[in-house]
Design a protein around this ligand. Structure first.
Ligand SMILES: Nc1ncnc2c1ncn2[C@@H]1O[C@H](COP(=O)(O)OP(=O)(O)O)[C@@H](O)[C@H]1O
Ligand SMILES: [Mg+2]
Length: 371
């Protein structure tokens, strides 16, 4: 039992403090009443509830959302330590303040490390309101930061999609526009060649035809880079193709395994996975000196993982942050912008593994996209 001197508690200057849904973990009904009164005197419109067991606390947390939890430290069937643990388990970020008749410094420190926002001795109860205000403001800042981060991730993932759509549309324009013009020129050239008056003109026209073929090849190449056509067959086929291409080009075996024949991913996700795989393989070719490479793809209902493993030279952590090296950095950023993650494990002489995980988000058709 404790008493308060309400005259020591300043009423809010504006006296328009917001309503406060406060869960009070307290075995003494009288102490609970005093706490509620104290908060009321401070200007809060209090919406309180008292619990004194773990079960009741869990129920209260599930029942509605709370602005703060104030907990006694020692109760016959419960403690602030257990109450804090329960709050943390729910993952809800609200201030947790311990109000105790006697709490040792070591227990207080432990509680703060475990995530309590503050602790108040019952003999110094007027400290509660300022501590509560501070903790509420800190929690609001944390929430705002999380919301800003979520918005940023949403924006980044939207940018990824826009980038892919843009690439696709440029590839289409190049194909339809430039491709058509080159075909027309090739026809005219062949007519001119067969009607050329002299050998000198014929030679020039032959050389022009060679240049025209080079231009076609270069357009093909640019189009493939902009939008790998193999991606149209799905991410599994596209990664399998990369493994085959790698083995063929470098003569180093690259084995591909997957737990699913078909994985349906949204366009910006499959494009990101494809490009990260491409960049990982290009690193293997440039830096690893590997004898074999394995690419493993694993999908469950929520995510797709891709791992590129080589048995090459490996590298130390410092190499990851080399000036002018943006490959690994870019892969990480790309994964994070889509709410996924990338893990690099490597050590000199131990080979390298690049593990990417992307969430499997339901395929939605964007405006302007063919269905
Ligand atoms: N598979 C690998 N095997 C050995 N070393 C690697 C591998 N991947 C990356 N590295 C090392 O990490 C560095 C950074 O890689 P990255 O960020 O892709 O930049 P870059 O390839 O342009 O150098 C490389 O320069 C290389 O030293
Ligand atoms: Mg690289």
């Amino acid at each position: 039992m404790f008493s308060i001197d309400c005259h020591n508690v300043k009423k809010s200057e504006t006296s328009t403090l917001p309503s406060l849904r406060v869960l009070i973990v307290e075995d003494s009904y009288m102490d609970y009443g005093l706490l509620v009164r104290l908060l009321g005197v401070a200007g809060y419109t209090v919406d309180p509830k008292r619990v004194e067991t773990a079960e009741a606390m869990r129920e209260a947390l599930a029942e509605k959302s709370w602005d703060a939890v104030i907990s006694d430290h020692n109760m016959p069937d419960f403690s602030s330590t257990a109450a804090l643990q329960i709050l943390k388990e729910t993952g809800v970020d609200v201030p947790f303040i311990i109000v105790s008749g006697a709490i040792g410094e070591d227990i207080a420190v432990e509680a703060m490390i475990a995530g309590a926002d503050d602790y108040i001795l019952k003999s110094r109860l007027p400290r509660l309101v300022p501590a509560l205000r501070r903790s509420l403001a800190a929690a609001a800042t944390r929430r705002a930061e999380r919301a800003a981060q979520a918005r940023l991730r949403l924006l980044s993932s939207h940018l990824e999609l826009v980038k892919e759509m843009e690439r696709k549309s440029i590839a289409r324009e190049i194909h339809d526009d430039l491709g058509g013009l080159l075909t027309g020129m090739a026809f005219d050239l062949s007519w001119l060649r067969s009607n050329a008056a002299s050998d000198a003109v014929k030679d020039r026209l032959n050389s022009m035809q060679g240049t025209l073929m080079q231009a076609s090849a270069s357009i093909e190449h640019i189009m493939r880079e902009l939008r790998p056509p193999i991606l149209e067959l799905g991410i599994v086929a596209a990664v399998e193709w990369q493994a085959r291409e790698f083995s063929r080009r470098y003569g180093t075996p690259c084995h591909f395994t997957t737990n699913r024949e078909v994985i349906t991913m949204r366009e910006e996700y499959s494009a990101a996975m494809f490009r990260i795989c491409q960049e990982s393989l290009s690193n293997v070719a440039r830096h690893a000196g590997a004898k074999t490479i394995r690419i493993e793809m694993f999908a469950d209902n929520d995510s797709v993982a891709l791992e590129v493993i080589d048995d090459g030279f490996g590298f130390s952590d410092e190499n990851q942050l080399k000036a002018g090296s943006y490959g690994l950095l870019g892969m990480r950023e790309r994964a994070a912008s889509l709410d996924g993650w990338l893990e690099v494990s490597s050590a000199p002489g131990r080979g390298t593994s690049i593990m990417l995980s992307l969430p499997l988000i339901e395929r939605v058709f964007e405006v302007g996209e063919a269905s």
